[in-house]
Design a protein around this ligand. Structure first.
Ligand code: CA
Length: 226
């Protein structure tokens, strides 16, 4: 796992590099905001440790520019414990904040937490129904080996139906689980989404998997013998 440290003070940078390297991370250091931003935007780091006080382009400017291009977790460091800095950092999209001087174990704990948060949840199995496959971790759906392009909501809806294969889900249930809508009147959104999903999942294929249960809701299941 690669970590980018953006810190102008050589001593502080060396301390971070050594500690993180000893903890098993590959560390790259940038000594000013311009180089740091370039490295962060173009690299494949799992985390950026960003000092606020940098000559020229400061940490806030780096963060705000970085947020337009990459969603890498950012841990901000500051010598000042000012609440304003903290609020500003979080507003700009920092994931965590640490005030200097800090104890290394404290930094390490935050680094580990941020890296863990950024990792995909493992152990979610691939869901299958006939030749339909849904990989919740990689956010991919295929049918008969063909990749199916789905919007985020369509993917969530399909995943829900596939997790409950053979179980009829009401429009209200679906609206609440996928859209967080908790009243009956807006369940039209479900019908529209089901129609779109069917156009992608079922229409091009002979075997239909999404079925309407009149007056109840929808179910995903195989109804024809293989
Ligand atoms: Ca500094």
């Amino acid at each position: 796992m690669k970590i980018l440290v953006i810190e102008d003070e050589p001593k502080a940078a060396a301390y971070l590099r050594q500690g993180l390297t000893e903890s098993g991370y590959a560390v790259e250091v940038a000594y000013n905001g311009t180089d740091g931003l370039h490295a962060a935007a173009n690299g494949d780091h799992g985390l950026v440790i960003l000092d606020v006080m940098l000559p020229g382009v400061d940490g806030f400017a780096v963060l705000s520019a970085l947020r337009t291009s990459r969603q890498v977790p950012v841990l901000m460091l500051t010598a000042r414990g000012e609440t304003d800095d903290k609020v500003r950092g979080f507003d700009l999209g920092a994931d965590d904040y640490l005030v200097k001087p800090f104890q290394f174990p404290e930094l390490l704990a935050r680094v580990r937490a941020l890296l863990k948060r950024g990792q995909p949840v493992t152990g979610e199995p691939v869901l299958r129904a006939a030749d339909l496959e849904i990989d919740p971790v990689r956010h991919r759906a295929t049918r008969a080996g063909q990749r199916i392009d789905l919007s985020a909501k369509e993917f969530a809806l399909l995943t829900l139906l596939a997790q409950k294969t053979g179980e009829v889900l009401s429009r209200t249930q679906i609206a609440s689980l996928v859209w967080d809508i908790h009243f009956d009147s807006d369940t039209n959104v479900v019908e529209v989404a089901i129609r779109r999903l069917r156009a992608k999942i079922d229409d091009p294929f002979e075997e239909k998997l999404i079925h309407t249960v009149r007056g109840v809701g929808y179910v995903l299941e195989r109804r024809t013998a293989p």
